[in-house]
Design a protein. Structure first.
Length: 194
């Protein structure tokens, strides 16, 4: 069977372009596994689901080497395991199958894995430099996600949570349980600071 795997790191990134490329490569829509998860780790939810059902003779299609992994170790570990199990690995970027037994194929895959890790490291460095600059030049700079405003809707969620459990509040207001907990904490903190 033919499967496809698409991955982006950030929640603000889109998977559609990769999915379209996989479909053009002949991967059935139902056989595409996609997720928003870091490429520096091998254990990713959708990858785990896909890799458990792969059998000898199956084929996995990736758009690029960096979608497999963002470190040399992760990319090589994943591909070697697949190849050892008799699963073919096709990379659209290379317009072909990975062959790590061939010296040229191994060198090319390793080189692209190194470039993927290098690119990841450069992104991390740029982010760190940007944060350092912001801390130095902006006295109001705060790391992390800014707190959400307590909107009338959130105030309503908080009021409902005063008389109901977190699970009941989530059902009654249509927000997740984690959102209810966050709102309760945020409102309490705001009340304590006033």
């Amino acid at each position: 069977m033919k499967f496809g795997y698409a991955r982006v790191s950030g929640t603000g990134q889109d998977l559609e372009q990769q999915k379209e490329a996989l479909i053009k490569q002949g991967v059935p829509t139902d056989n595409i596994y996609a997720e928003k998860f870091t490429g520096t780790k091998e254990k990713r939810p959708q990858w785990q689901v896909l890799s458990k059902q792969l059998r000898k003779g199956d084929e996995v299609v990736f758009t690029k080497v960096d979608r497999i992994g963002r470190t040399v170790k992760v990319a090589i570990d994943i591909v070697d395991k697949l190849l050892d199990e008799g699963v073919k690995v096709y990379i659209i970027q290379l317009n072909g199958y990975v062959n790590r037994k061939d010296a040229m194929g191994k060198m090319l895959f390793n080189f692209l894995s190194v470039m993927a890790e290098f690119e990841h490291d450069m992104i991390v460095n740029r982010l760190a430099e940007g944060k350092a600059y912001a801390k130095e030049h902006n006295s109001n700079y705060r790391e992390g996600r800014p707190k959400r405003r307590i909107t009338p809707k959130y105030q309503h969620v908080y009021e409902v949570s005063q008389e109901h459990s977190i699970a009941e509040t989530a059902k009654l207001t249509g927000v997740s349980e984690s959102t209810v907990k966050r709102i309760k904490k945020q409102v309490r903190e705001a009340q304590e600071n006033n």
